[in-house]
Design a protein around this ligand. Structure first.
Ligand SMILES: C[S@@+](CC[C@H](N)C(=O)[O-])C[C@H]1O[C@@H](n2cnc3c(N)ncnc32)[C@H](O)[C@@H]1O
Length: 280
């Protein structure tokens, strides 16, 4: 009896230690260096999470190259994503010829993969990303592909502050929101997408869908202390009503969604593409 109780105690301690993700914490310390690591430990809430994400993506983007040789630690399965037909079918579902006169934004644009692929569909397709190094890589990629009019911005990870109200007709995002395992941050970003859209403008977004994927926290969890991102620790939409409820609260209408097979290199059970409109 006494030894069973002792075993339970040991199990509890092991669980508490593992839940704090000690291996990923060590990896983070090695990735960002001692000074930034100490700064991270002193922060809390959304700011702590955003700081980790920024540092994580700065380091990953710095090691990446998108020239003749492709070394990619940000997108992963870059060419397979470019060939994934569901982006054309669902993400771009409502993008018709009238969009050639319209302004669009790619949130979490990384090295500009989708800007390069889709900018011809819009008057201008801008990008915003948490990492300055990603934006530098995007700038090089756009130049190489002779895309000269896109504006590129760095954000703070929690909102779209450099962007003005009522600017865009279309805001899109791929393999980005699913990597943000803080519900408050995602909600704040969705609210800001609403702010930067013109009345009548549309969001078109993709996230992971379904329960039980590895390294995934439930939809409403705020994992502020997460020491990793980009598939290291993700969120997943567990029911389309979760997204629908958030969008309705913000003011969006005409919510539609499509649950589809998981895209390249991803560990989520399924993917969900969804769209909604800011009323006129
Ligand atoms: C897996 S990459 C995808 C890049 C691009 N969307 C694509 O499909 O090729 C995720 C991107 O989201 C960006 N990102 C992640 N969290 C972000 C946040 N909170 N604010 C802005 N960008 C973010 C990362 O810097 C990274 O470039």
């Amino acid at each position: 009896m006494a030894s069973a109780r002792k075993n339970d105690g040991v199990k509890k301690i092991v669980n508490v230690v593992l839940r704090s993700r000690p291996f990923q914490v060590i990896q983070l310390a090695r990735k960002i260096g001692p000074a930034e690591f100490v700064r991270w430990t002193r922060l809390s809430g959304k700011k702590k999470y955003a700081m980790m994400q920024k540092q994580f993506y700065e380091a990953s983007a710095k090691r990446s190259e998108y020239g003749e040789k492709k070394v990619d630690y940000v997108v992963g399965s870059f060419d397979l994503h470019n060939a994934w037909k569901d982006y054309d079918t669902y993400l771009m579902r409502y993008v018709d010829k009238t969009y050639r006169n319209k302004l669009a934004l790619d949130f979490g644009c990384g090295p500009g993969r989708s800007i390069i692929k889709y900018s011809r569909l819009f008057k201008r397709l801008d990008g915003i990303d948490i990492s300055r190094n990603n934006i530098l890589n995007a700038r090089r990629g756009l130049k190489k592909n002779r895309i000269t009019n896109s504006k590129l911005y760095v954000n703070n990870g929690t909102d779209l502050r450099p962007l003005r109200d009522d600017t865009y007709d279309f805001v899109m995002s791929t393999i980005c929101l699913q990597h943000i395992c803080v519900y408050d941050t995602r909600f704040s970003l969705l609210k800001d997408m609403y702010r930067v859209l013109k009345p009548g403008g549309r969001i078109s977004l993709q996230m992971g869908f379904g329960t039980g994927s590895p390294a995934t926290v439930p939809y409403y969890t705020n994992e502020y202390d997460a020491p990793t991102t980009n598939r290291g620790l993700d969120t997943a939409v567990e029911s389309p009503d979760q997204i629908g409820g958030d969008l309705k609260k913000i003011g969006f209408t005409s919510y539609e969604y499509w649950i589809r097979p998981t895209g390249p290199g991803d560990v989520h059970k399924k993917w969900i593409f969804f769209t909604a409109v800011k009323p006129k």
